[in-house]
Design a protein around this ligand. Sequence first.
Ligand code: PAF
Length: 301
Amino acid sequence: MKVLHTFRDVREFAQGSVGLVPTMGYLHEGHLALIDEAAERCETVIVSVFVNPLQFDDATDLDTYPDDLERDVELASCHGADVVFAPSLTEMYPTRQRTTVTVAEVADAMEGEHRRDHFVGVATVVTKLFSGVRPDVAYFGRKDAQQLAVVTTMAAELSMPVHVVGLPTVRESDGLALSSRNTRLTPSERHDALTLSQGLFAAARLFGEGERRSAALEAAVRDVVIGSPGVQLEYVTVADASTAAPIVTVTGPAFLALAARVGSSVRLIDNVFIDASTGTVDTGVKLDGPSILYGGDDPCC
Ligand code: PAF
């Protein structure tokens, strides 16, 4: 396993089919599931670790984003990564970034509405990773459902020779979606945050019983979350899975997504995928025990 810091070194090292797992580090089981899948399918697995300032609209969120490269390297290596690519800020942005990537419409609602220019930052850095690393396949979590739609659209519309794969959200054993930001929750905030997944699961059950009206599904989430005064919902929206456009009725693949502030400083997102053409629901997969985010050992290492 190599730790490399330049695009050129990564390209020189890579052989055969290349799988890229883009991350901002402080890996958890959600990232590890992406690495496992890449290791199964690709000859060279590259995990990028770069906290991208361009996609943060909140300086505190950027400043407090957890980082521990040594820990990430150990975890990525145990799960079959061949390279951890940890570029410096100047490797990623050698000059003032005048060229940016905007994915119209797909990036407009939900996160696009609440985090100014967030997706310009995401699309720009992912474009740089795709053109600098040149992966055949890139793996993203479905937890960032709108991001997945943005990146998939961007890759298709800009004829990027990469296959974008989305994998299910990984949840803690009580349902909370894994996020590096969970480490910043106090025990009581963490308890409050559970209403987010509980609300989504309640809506998913309603969908399973045949409800297709977005307003009813969104209301089912609000009914649960309202019980936690420490949680401020920013949005709850049903959107088309590939265009991320809000929809009134679910007729095909879609997701029900939310964002919320928990306590004073932590902003979390979560979703469930629902598909009216098959009647199926993807609420993600749950861990059996505590996450490695809280200092536990990864059974693989
Ligand atoms: O999902 C993330 O961690 C980031 O948005 C990504 C895709 C690594 C781009 O910085």
